[in-house]
Design a protein around this ligand. Sequence first.
Ligand code: ADP
Length: 561
Amino acid sequence: MVLLVVAITGFFWVSTSVAKQYIQDQTIQNLSNQLTIIERVFQQRPNLAFNDEWLRAFIINHRQHRLTVIKTNGHVIFDSNQPADGMDNHLNRPEIRMASTSPFGVALRESKTLSKPLVYVAKLASNGHFYRVAVPLESLRHEWGRVQQKIIIYSIIVFVFCLLLTFVMSHWIASPIQQSIVVLNAIKNREFYAMSPKKSFIREINNLNQSLVDVANNISRFIAKQSKEKEKKDLILNNMINGLIIYDSHMGIVLMNKAAFGLFFNASQSNATMHLSDYPELFSFAQDILKTKDVDPIEIDHGNGKTILISGSIYSDGTEPRGILIAQDITKLKRLESTRQAFVANVSHELKTPITFIRSMFETLIIAKEKQLDVQLSMIKKGVLHSDRLTQIIDDLLQLSKLETSGGAIEKYDVSLEQLIGEVVNHCHTMADQKQIHIRLNHNDVIIHANQRLLEQALKNLLENAIKYSKNETTVTIFSTRSDDGDMIHVQDEGPGIADAHIDKLFQRFYRVDTARSREMGGTGLGLAIVKHIAIAHGGRASVKSTVGVGTTFTIHLPKK
Ligand code: ADP
């Protein structure tokens, strides 16, 4: 628009000044022609009076014009606008001076006589007179005004037309560019749908848009390929059981998989960020890896109770070395290891006592040959007792081991609970009688789904314990209950009860409330562990409720069939 305004103004200025000059030149030419005609008329009619009809008609026809006839000495002899008498000498008028040397004298000036600007054209005729014709500049200006008006109208028309053309052109140019912007925005926002920008009449813009579409398609293909690769990588990384941490030479973590995150943080810390420097042991291990490449794995005890085994290696991606840490949760392994160690220690201890006794007994027998037969007999009896104990421990351990290795795959069938309890009571009858303990039965005759031999074993363990730990002349009750969840078999005694502190550990192997007393009674410390494992093998569990001084109730929970 600015360009247009400048151009139109320039055009207007040039055209008006050209028109002005043209009108002026035409007027002068016109006046010169008139002078030539007047000169000829005066030549042909030398005696023409100034009041002649032709002259009057000429003056009337050219009302605007002023005709002056001046003698060679400058004396005015005729003037169409004014009486010549009293007019001053005109010899010094510029047009007259010019006419005396040139074919025509021209001047644009203020008339001293008429006091208004005029255009003068003068000619020296052959009769020695100067003929001069003048028109007021006003009439010229009028003409200029008319021309100027037309130029203004044309200029406005051209301006409006150009303006419209500019708008249309800029729209034509801008709308395909708008399409380029749409394509670029789509690329920016990663929206690679089928792009088809509008065709433009400008070839370069079409080429640009086509190139952009090609770029977008290439990027789209590249991103699709990359995301597939990433998906694959993520799938592998996140499904790895072991944690993986990759760090750079500045000890900053570059990559960490799900498993690694799960090892160092719990579920509520999903937004946490890990820094190697938060774990001094891990930090120095990671540093050693970058320095020496080959470092033995370390175990770190994480604050959340986990033990993590960290091994590491180094790789270079071409620019700088990077460290890889593999983190493995060995908490369970560690626990198993310590359980195994404790178990071995317990078994060794349990076995050592009877073996030591048997050995010392034989030594005594060798040394004391002369001892009396009855003493020897009692020693041998004790030896038999201890060998029984050894057998019992080994039997119990074998039983536990079998239960554990069966993994719950035991044979189950419908069993009459009454019959099963009857067998158990029968087995313990003598033992109960010795302590005058009354065994009370209060159960329904229900059919349960179980392995009779194993369940008998579990109930036998519970009943034996109840008899063993209860005082003489008390009652032990075996009863059953049934709920929506399944059947429960309870063994209740009126024994000493068990303090709360022991309840949680009671079903552990070799755990005893009173070790000495248990041993004295021939207990192995494995009875309740066997009960627990038999219940688990049936898909159920074992529990205990006890009040010190009142009694204890052990329960085996059996799930529904
Ligand atoms: P043990 O062979 O020593 O009896 P168990 O595993 O059967 O081993 O029992 C573990 C410990 O639980 C026993 O040493 C005893 O202290 C305690 N206990 C088991 N049953 C009873 C009970 N009915 N009343 C009191 N204490 C019991």
